[in-house]
Design a protein around this ligand. Structure first.
Ligand code: DSN
Length: 429
């Protein structure tokens, strides 16, 4: 088995080296700061602390209590709200906690269709199905690339769901929460926002502000545009009865222990976002728009030209001319440009995603700017339109990446972003 362990260590090192040479463009991924990473490998990982600070089911939690108290304070400050819970261990788990708190099996819940960009949480085979709630789909406005307000009003008035979820995984433009607020009030529905993708942009003041536009609960993962650890969070406003239901949804509803190392890493990331988040959010969006423009100029079918392509960290490209989403994503990754295939509005088969999704959270965190977005677009163009070999593009991508392998927008900036933490100090090869 020692050989197996050595092999696993070598694979992890190889993975890190591969990403160090690649251009990472997956919209849901980001890099963790050195101090946040330090929390992940601390002894916090080894401990239990069910409950809330000061009300634990285990001993030895004095420091954990203080860390979680700081984490909760930072979260409430960053999102300007009175309630936070940092115990969900992922975005989907946070969504399950909300479903447990706000719904009963058999309820109708408003949401968007997967092809319109919704997360799998709202699918029958995802969290909605687990809770036994049924989706009521909003209408999509293909022209404005967001929810169709007039048609959705009619749907909501006719069906009257008690909970309405707003949030996407292909999240290009803000959703019309404020416009739909009077309808939600009229039918007595509660607004819930899944802000996983755009959390860092919301915190940075560069996207919409759902808790002031009509949603009482905001759920999210914490590792996309908010460059924290893989974890989850609940934020919100409301009366004590609602907040208690949310707390109990998180624990004991969908977690027992809440991964203390990740919670502590989240505290570091929230503090860093309070310090650096506004500038980071602004530049992330500027880079997404620059990349979209550069790809469009090279003949790619980037969605939303008439709207400036995007107002977030994400862009979507219809890849019919490049062999479809799956083929285009595979060829790009093989050449060192890592993105993902994605369903686009109008797609009918989940097995044949029509496009690719690209995002700028990670390249921005590494200090790339609009000049580099042009270079990335040129690499994609050379590969997919001009037939240059993958090996050549891979080398050019690594060359482009070489000066951009240290972190920005965090304390201890300048540290190696893809450093392999070889704690044992022995070469695994
Ligand atoms: N799977 C993530 C994404 O890529 O959007 C969301 O959980």
């Amino acid at each position: 088995m020692a050989e197996t362990v050595a092999h696993l260590r070598a694979l992890a090192r190889e993975h890190s080296a591969r990403f160090e040479r690649s251009i990472p463009l997956i919209a849901s991924e980001n890099l963790l700061s050195p101090y946040a990473k330090e929390m992940l490998i601390s002894d916090l990982h080894s401990r239990y602390a069910e409950g809330l600070p000061g009300e634990r089911y285990y001993e030895g939690n004095e420091q954990v209590d203080e860390i979680e108290t700081v984490c909760l304070d930072l979260a409430r400050r960053l999102f300007r709200c009175s309630f936070a819970d940092v115990r969900p261990i992922s975005g989907t788990v946070a969504n399950l906690a909300v479903l447990k708190a706000l719904t009963e099996p058999g309820d109708l819940v408003g949401t968007s269709r997967l092809a319109d960009g919704a997360h799998i949480s709202s699918a029958a085979f995802g969290a909605f199905g687990l809770r036994g709630v049924k989706p009521v789909y909003y209408a999509w406005d293909a022209e404005r690339m967001t929810i169709d307000v007039a048609k959705t009003r009619e749907i909501l008035r006719a069906v009257r769901p008690k909970t309405c979820l707003f949030g996407l995984s292909l999240f290009l433009f803000p959703l019309p929460v404020e416009e739909l607020r009077p309808t939600l009030e009229e039918i007595g529905a509660r607004g819930w926002y899944d802000g996983a993708h755009v959390l860092g942009l919301i915190a940075g003041g560069e996207f919409q502000d759902p808790l002031r536009e009509g949603c009482t609960v905001l759920s999210a993962s914490t590792h996309k545009t908010l460059p924290g650890p893989q974890h989850g969070i609940l934020l919100g406003e409301g009366d004590e009865e609602l907040l208690q239901r949310l707390r109990s949804g998180a624990f004991p509803g969908v977690t027992s222990n809440h991964h203390l190392h990740a919670m502590a890493a989240l505290a570091v990331s929230l503090a860093e976002h309070l310090e650096f988040g506004r500038e980071y959010a602004r530049r992330t969006i500027a880079n997404a728009r620059a990349l979209a423009q550069a790809l469009h100029a090279r003949g790619f079918d980037v969605l939303g030209e008439h709207l400036g392509f995007t107002r977030s960290h994400t862009i979507a490209v219809r890849a019919d001319a490049e062999g479809g989403g799956a083929e285009a994503a595979r060829r790009l990754a093989d050449a060192g440009l890592v993105a993902n295939k994605n369903l686009l509005p109008g797609d009918t088969s989940p097995k044949r995603p029509g496009g690719i999704r690209l995002g700028t959270p990670e390249v921005t965190r590494l200090g790339m700017g609009e000049k580099e977005m042009e270079q990335i677009a040129e690499l994609a163009h050379d590969l997919l339109h001009r037939g240059r070999p993958a090996a050549e593009i891979r080398e050019r991508a690594a060359e482009l990446k070489r000066p951009f392998t240290t972190l920005r927008y965090c304390f201890a900036a300048g540290e190696a972003a893809y450093r392999y933490y070889d704690l044992v100090g022995r070469d695994p090869s």
